[in-house]
Design a protein around this ligand. Sequence first.
Ligand code: S6P
Ligand code: ZN
Length: 184
Amino acid sequence: MNTDFNLDILTGELEGSQLYETLRTIRDMEGYYHDESAREGLNPQTPVYRVQAFQPVPEGTEGGLFFGTTFVYPGLVGDEYFMTKGHFHVNGSRSEYYVTLAGVGALILMDEGRRTTVTPMKPGSVHYIPANTAHRVANVGDSVLAFMACWPSDSGHDYGSITSEGFSARLRKVNGNATLVEEA
Ligand code: S6P
Ligand code: ZN
């Protein structure tokens, strides 16, 4: 297997022969936003984010690393910014790095005690996501937000607890400003 590929550090675009591509549209985001009727009012084919990933070993392999770029498009569902679904790692001890390449956003982290915090993302910002911490990224700007990520190949993705319980706070546009709003 060819284990080299190219990263355009200005746009985040990966180029290589063995990349996985995932597109998440408004249709795929059922249950993730606060205002479900606002989501239903949008064109279901609207892209929310796209992920390119390089996975040189099978998912679940201990000791390997995966690498990917996520592109979050600008937009709102009601007053909530376009964002990734967010997840815990199935293997909770696994941590991860995010590096912002383009655009402006916010990294939303929630620990096991359901304490949610938010950190600004801008080109060059590097973010360490600790173990046992749910992570989600919102685009708070007007252009594409691109960030690269590196995570262990045996991390896995737990979306179930996000769809059932959600994060304890959401990033919403309040009086024109990105504001972390606790869930009622
Ligand atoms: C994987 C890493 C990212 C996300 C991607 C999409 O551990 O955190 O590659 O998968 O940003 O987010 P999500 O929450 O839909 O998987
Ligand atoms: Zn992750």
